[in-house]
Design a protein around this ligand. Sequence first.
Ligand code: ADE
Length: 395
Amino acid sequence: MAVLGQIRARFAVTTPFAGMRIGCCMHVTAETANLMRTLVAGGAEVALAASNPLSTQDDVAAALATKYGVRVFARAGVDLPTYYRHIGRVIDRRPHLVLDDACDLITTLHATRTDVLRDVRAGCEQTTTGLLRLRAMAKAGALRIPVVAVNSTGTKQLFDNTYGTGQSTIDAIIRTTNTLLAGRTVVVAGYGFCGRGVASRARGLGAAVIVTEIDPTKALDATMNGFPVMPMSKAATQGDVFVTVTGNRDVITGDHIEAMKDGALLLNAGHFDVEIDVRWLDSNAVRANRGVRQHTDEYLLDNGRRVLLLAQGRVANLAAAEGHPPAVMDMTFADQALTAGWLAQRSGELEAGVYDVPDDVDAEVARLKLGSLGVGIDALTDEQAHYLDSWDQGS
Ligand code: ADE
């Protein structure tokens, strides 16, 4: 993670977080560990809870706690009360800044810990799902702090969401089930940045890919990219593998599951476990064979067919694989680190609300990444810069 490494070296000198406490709720992975080390190098006292009950890499959590001075409250496979207790422990540290991944830390602060919220100066949110929640909070007038939408930068969406989710989701399928995708039909629900990544990686491995959408423009985009688009009720009968990446609930329902072929494989790559109706499976399947392979449960339906579910319907690319590779998380976490540094200098200046990452942060991360890859680009000449700034030169 060369970009983050450079920022860490800079922060060690400039210490933008001297005297500050930062509370984080993120997947506890090796990549996140590098972000935590960067915050610590910048002078912060850091506390970290997991942003999903299944995604913690326990060895990483232990290393951060014992070697890098981070207070870590996370363990793989905890139940929901423990998961929220861990978030509560981060809040107990009374953070000045919060870095969140899907908004559980920020919503918990607003719902139950307004005593601490009073002293929180600002936050960053990393994912699409978290931003949906934040914008709903802002619309309802409930958001009390400024939060920067780190998810919306080009250096995040175009790489982490697209290539990261694309590759790590396919990785989860292959690691757990060793499925040959060539010749299979993969149904991808949702054609945002993440869905487009999954669809293109599956196609690259020889699968026939069907897309389902609720957004007409995205559906058209998928169509023009050569993917058949149809309602899930129709796709359900055709798919061998189903991937949900929508950020919404009830994308695959009991009716859809009953229409699927014998042996269909279901997985979710969205943040929460509401996209596939796992509760329907748990209460309607004739039998559940847990752990037929690692992270894989098999359900026998009363129509005699079986379906396989990865990672209990939770975010499979983190719970059943290792998450996105460091090469893309480098940019996401560089965005996070620089945005946190930007926020640290602006205590009290920003009203409550959802903000974009400053353009120069995005551009700097892209420049550093290109440099780390040894890629050079052209620079605008003075004449070109002037032309772009003018309005009076037509044909
Ligand atoms: N989200 C997706 N992949 C991740 C990773 N490797 N680390 C932290 N958060 C992630």
